[in-house]
Design a protein around this ligand. Structure first.
Ligand SMILES: [Zn+2]
Length: 417
C-alpha cells in the first residue's frame, strides 16, 4: 500500500492540519489520519503543505507559444492581442498542437495542476488526449461549438454537426469529454440550445466565454435584446453543470442567474489583467484558469481574485482563504465533471500536491499560517511533489518523464517566427 505522511495538509477547513497520514487504495484515497506525529515506516514523507491536486478549469494550451510576444506595443487591447493569437492559430496542425500541449501540460504539472480543462476550439482532440496522457495530468476536453466568425478551422457547419463530432471523441479513465459554447459571438441562440441539450443528455459539463469585453455585451443586446448570460440561460445552458468563463462585465440580473443556478464562475485573473479585460467578481461557485498561459500558476490566480478586489474596494479580505483554496481544487474538479476529486477525504481521487517551505519564498512559515502563506506568497516554483491517480508525476520539482523547459523550447521554436 502506498502512504504519504504530510507534515501539514489542508483538508478543507480553515487552516492546515499537522501530521496527516494519507493511505492510498489504488487510484483513490483510502484513509486519512490526522495528528500522526511522525512518518510511519511504510509512508513517504511530504514536507511543507500538502493540498489536493489543483484544477486548471480554463486553458487554451497552444497560446503558451505567444507568452511574452504580445507585450511590446502600446495602446493595445484584447482585440489586438486576438489578432496575434489568430496568426498563431492559423499555423497549428495536430502535430504542432500536440507538441505544444504536451510541453504546456507538463509545465502545468510542475505547477501542481493535476486536472486541466482544455477549452478546445481548434478541434485537435486526439492530440490533446495524447498530450495530457504523456504529461500525466487528467484532462477534460471541452470541445467548443463555433459556428460564426473566427477562423474556418474553428467552425462546424451546424450545432448538430458539432454534436456528432464530439460524440465520436473517445474518452478514457483519465480523460473526460465536455461541451463548450465558444461565446455568443460564435454561437447563435438556436445553436446554443442544441449544445445545451446535448450536454444535458450526456451529463457533460458545459463551459462558455461570457462577457469578457463590453463590446460583446453591446453587440448581443443590440442583436437579441438580451445580455450574453440571459441569452445562454434562455437556451437552457445555465445549470449546475455550467461554467461562465470570465463573466467580467455582467449585470446584477446575470449574477443572480449564476447564483440561482448554482453555476460556476471561472476567473482567469492573470489573463484578464494581461488583456486589459477588467476585474471579475465571484458569482456562484468560483473556479480558476490559466486561460492564455500568460503565466501558469494557480496560486497566483487564487490570490489575484482577492488582491484585485482589494484594489477595487480598498478593503483587505473579501474572500476567505479557504474559499480561494477550494476554487483551485474541489470547485475546479467539480466544474470539469470530476466531483470525486479535489479533496483529501477517503474515496476521493488520489491527486495530491505538496508545496515546499525550504525555498526562499516560504522559509519561516509558521504552521498556523501555512495555508495563507501558500496562497498569498507561494508559486508554481515552490511545488515539490505532484501525485495523479496515485502516481508521482513530479518529484523534487522535476517532471518524471519530460524535460519541460527543453520541450517547450523545441515546440515553440519549431513555429514560424
Ligand atoms: Zn478562454
Amino acid at each position: 500500500m502506498t502512504a504519504y505522511w504530510c507534515a501539514l495538509a489542508w483538508l478543507g477547513g480553515d487552516g492546515a492540519e499537522a501530521g496527516v497520514l494519507i493511505e492510498l487504495d489504488g487510484d483513490r484515497i483510502g484513509a486519512v489520519w490526522t495528528g500522526v506525529p511522525s512518518p510511519p515506516t511504510h509512508a513517504r514523507r511530504l514536507a511543507g503543505l500538502t493540498l489536493p491536486g489543483l484544477a486548471n478549469a480554463h486553458s487554451h494550451a497552444f497560446q503558451r507559444a505567444i507568452r511574452g510576444r504580445t507585450q511590446r506595443y502600446l495602446g493595445g487591447s484584447f482585440w489586438s492581442w486576438r489578432e496575434q493569437m489568430y496568426r498563431l492559430a492559423e499555423t497549428l496542425t495536430p502535430a504542432i498542437s500536440e507538441a505544444l500541449a504536451r510541453a504546456t501540460f507538463a509545465e502545468m504539472a510542475l505547477a501542481g495542476i493535476t486536472l486541466v480543462g482544455e477549452f478546445d476550439y481548434v478541434h485537435h482532440s486526439d492530440a490533446m488526449m495524447r498530450a495530457a496522457a504523456a504529461a500525466g495530468v487528467r484532462l477534460t476536453l471541452l470541445d467548443a461549438c463555433y459556428l460564426h466568425g473566427g477562423l474556418p478551422a474553428f467552425r462546424d457547419d451546424s450545432a448538430d454537426a458539432w454534436a456528432r463530432r464530439v460524440d465520436a471523441i473517445a474518452a478514457g479513465p483519465a480523460a473526460h469529454v465536455g461541451a463548450a459554447i465558444h461565446s455568443v459571438r460564435a454561437v447563435d441562440p438556436d445553436g446554443a440550445r442544441v449544445v445545451a441539450r446535448t450536454a444535458a443528455e450526456r451529463g457533460w459539463p458545459l463551459h462558455a466565454h461570457v462577457s469578457e469585453q463590453p463590446a460583446e455585451n453591446e453587440e448581443c443586446v443590440e442583436r437579441y435584446g438580451l445580455t450574453p448570460l440571459e441569452l445562454l440561460a434562455g437556451a437552457g445552458a445555465v445549470t449546475e453543470r455550467f461554467t461562465a468563463v470570465h463573466a467580467t462585465h455582467i449585470t446584477e440580473t446575470d449574477a443572480r442567474l449564476l447564483r440561482e443556478a448554482n453555476a460556476f464562475c471561472c476567473l482567469c485573473p492573470t489573463t484578464e489583467r494581461d488583456l486589459a479585460d477588467g476585474i471579475g467578481r465571484v458569482h456562484g461557485r468560483l473556479t480558476l484558469g490559466s486561460d492564455s498561459q500568460a503565466v501558469i500558476d494557480l496560486l497566483e490566480e487564487a490570490r489575484a481574485v482577492e488582491l484585485d478586489e482589494r484594489l477595487r474596494t480598498r478593503v483587505r479580505g473579501t474572500y476567505p482563504v479557504p474559499t480561494l483554496a477550494a476554487a483551485a481544487t474541489e470547485n475546479g474538479y467539480a466544474s470539469l465533471g470530476w466531483p470525486e476529486g479535489g479533496r483529501i477525504v477517503p474515496g476521493a481521487l488520489a491527486d495530491l500536491v505538496s508545496v515546499r517551505f525550504d525555498g526562499p519564498r516560504l522559509a519561516g512559515t509558521r504552521p498556523e499560517d501555512a495555508l495563507e502563506s501558500v496562497i498569498f506568497a507561494g508559486g508554481a516554483g515552490d511545488v515539490d511533489t505532484v501525485i495523479v491517480d496515485g502516481r508521482e508525476i513530479v518529484s523534487g520539482g522535476a517532471h518524471a518523464t519530460i524535460d519541460v523547459a527543453a520541450e517547450l523550447e523545441t515546440a515553440i521554436g519549431a513555429l514560424a517566427q
